[in-house]
Design a protein around this ligand. Structure first.
Ligand SMILES: [Zn+2]
Length: 462
């Protein structure tokens, strides 16, 4: 028999037409994976989550993530110089270290590192994540399942094994057609994993970028994705170099290249678009595609990724953590700060709009109206944030209080697909301490090899 759960909300975020509004003193009843009812009085249930100062909202949808990246670069990537950021940090540290992890970690170590990355995400209230990872890290599907996440696993595809900068200062390609094996392997992963766990685990295609995937591969991905009804996600205009590379090779912007190969459509989730032109953004908006704003990972590199810029043009703009700080509430705060600083307008990127971006809009990007909303019949994906802390009281506007003053530590409970996966700020399905210990040990092994090969510099690890 399915267990029913009643969750008390001092404040609850509910749909209001296309928008959302906060109601007070509600209970939500979860039954058989779904939201059965929203009531004023306490409903009968097998189990109750009763936090007096709880804000209950749809679980966060993190549209762009790399589960292993957060910990591989934690404390290393920050404060490196801007002048050599692309060459030394993006292509000299981040990309090689991701590859090194696949090379030096055995299957159990890779699983442990992946679990550590995704554990923090769940504890921060993210119930859904779209994650890009190397094909060799397909254990991500299993780890996400074990952690109880709703997961869109998007294996990377590249046209080259040789991920680095060539003598012309641009990303290298291998010979044309070299991405065909990636396409075959990613298609096989889709067929093996999509729809697992009662549909909680999904799969799709993750071409790395228009500079690292040739047009034949991108066109092949369109065919493979359309044949399967799969989502596609890709990095778009994440650096100035990428735009220059595309212009030199094809005379197109990255967005124009995606349109040219047929990938630009409502099933496309385009991460970043920081260097996209206004015309590019309009193309994306007209196609019904989604832009993902990941402000923290750009802010560490002294680049402003401005949520307000794309949202104000009418382009659906979700939120992603980009495998950096696995703290969705903190990411919303960073989105607010970056947008306001960029425009000089303190009314930009309001808390209610950012919360919508991370809930209902993120769900829409995935073509879902059954998540991202607290309404009877929807899947029960919920975050319970305790606003009773000394750093939060008294609460006037719960959304503003959360975005500006709360963090992962205030996430009291997380429910995914009707299952309570976090309660009392502890993950209930896994041994957190064991994951932290084994995940950290695995990453230290990658760091040791990264130091030996010169990707990490002397003095960067104390
Ligand atoms: Zn990314």
């Amino acid at each position: 028999m399915t267990q029913t759960v009643a969750i008390r909300a001092r404040w609850m975020l509910v749909p209001d037409g296309a928008r959302q509004r906060v109601e007070t003193d509600r209970w939500v009843l979860v039954e058989d994976g779904r939201i059965a009812a929203v009531t004023a009085g306490r409903p009968g249930a097998d189990r109750a989550i009763d936090v007096p100062e709880a804000l209950v909202l749809p679980g966060f949808v993190n549209l762009h993530n790399h589960g292993i990246s957060a910990l591989l670069f934690r404390g290393i990537v920050e404060d490196r110089p801007t002048a050599s950021w692309a060459a030394d940090t993006v292509y000299g540290l981040i990309m090689p270290l991701q590859g090194l992890a696949m090379e030096v970690l055995d299957a159990e170590e890779l699983r442990a590192a992946t679990a550590l990355g995704l554990l923090g995400l769940v504890k921060g209230g993210a119930t859904t994540t779209m994650d890009m990872f190397r094909i060799a890290q397909s254990v991500s599907f299993d780890v996400a399942d074990e952690l109880g996440l709703r997961f869109y696993g998007m294996p990377y595809l590249f046209s080259t094994e040789d991920l680095g900068i060539g003598e012309d200062g641009r990303p290298r390609y291998a010979a044309r057609g070299a991405g065909e094996s990636d396409l075959a392997r990613a298609s096989a992963l889709f067929d093996a994993h999509d729809g697992r766990a009662g549909g909680r685990i999904r799969a799709g295609f993750g071409p790395h970028g228009t500079d690292s995937c040739d047009p034949d591969l991108l066109a092949g991905i369109r065919d493979a994705a359309s044949a399967r009804g799969a989502k596609v996600t890709v990095h778009v205009s994440q650096s100035a170099t990428e735009g220059e590379t595309l212009h030199a090779r094809y005379g197109r912007t990255p967005t124009e290249q995606l349109a040219h190969v047929g990938l630009l459509g409502p099933d496309l989730v385009a991460a970043h678009c920081v260097y996209a032109s206004d015309g590019d953004l309009d193309l994306i908006g007209e196609a019904g595609a989604t832009v993902v704003n990941c402000p923290a990972s750009f802010a560490r590199g002294a680049v402003s990724a401005v949520w307000q810029r794309t949202a104000a043009r009418g382009v659906r703009t979700g939120i992603g953590l980009d495998g950096y700080a696995m703290d969705t509430i903190g990411e919303l705060r960073t989105a607010a700060l970056v947008s306001k600083l960029a425009s000089g307008l303190s009314e930009d990127a309001a808390a209610r709009d950012l919360v919508a971006a991370a809930t209902v809009d993120g769900a829409a990007a995935l073509g879902r109206d059954d998540i991202g909303r607290i309404a009877p019949g929807c899947r029960a994906d919920l975050a319970v944030v305790n606003l009773g802390g000394a750093h939060l009281a008294p609460v006037s506007d719960p959304l503003k209080t959360m975005v500006w003053h709360a963090g992962t530590a205030d996430v009291e409970a997380v429910i995914v697909d009707g299952r309570v996966v976090v309660e009392g700020s502890r993950h209930l399905l896994v041994d957190e301490d064991a994951i932290v210990a084994s995940g950290a040990a695995a990453v230290r092994k990658v760091w040791a090899e990264g130091l030996a090969r010169g990707y990490i510099r002397e003095g960067e690890i104390v």
